[in-house]
Design a protein around this ligand. Sequence first.
Ligand code: CDP
Length: 135
Amino acid sequence: MTDEVLVVAGAVLDGGRLLLAQRDRPAELAGLWELPGGKVEPGESPAQALVRELCEELDVSVSVGDSLAGVVRPKPGLTLVAMRATIVSGTVRAVEHRALRWVDADGLSELIQTGSMVPNDLAWARELMGELQVR
Ligand code: CDP
């Protein structure tokens, strides 16, 4: 028996832009921007969970690539990883989020500097900044 929760978030990149999703819940995170994703369910791989979550949350099919370096452990029993994902069919829409936006390096930098990112996601945001900047 384990009560370890693993959350997988998607770094969806397209044409030099990163997809961010604005949370609608819980109250303390509402309005902040994150990489969309969710909990890995029993029997799923992280990649399978990400495909399911992005279908549920964004209404698109994705193919999953490699993991980002950052692994976040915000509290005991909770681990967050992020994986690259590419949209293979559909157009993103905010099914569960308040809004979606595609950001370039400047857009991401502004969200980081204004404290508008979900705190856990800063590990990946900084990593992704470098990637957006080299393009
Ligand atoms: O969709 P599901 O209910 O499976 O998961 P969630 O509520 O979106 O996320 C599960 C946990 O991971 C919550 O504590 C979120 O705040 C956290 N999370 C995060 O910190 N950063 C993300 N990009 C996604 C989730």
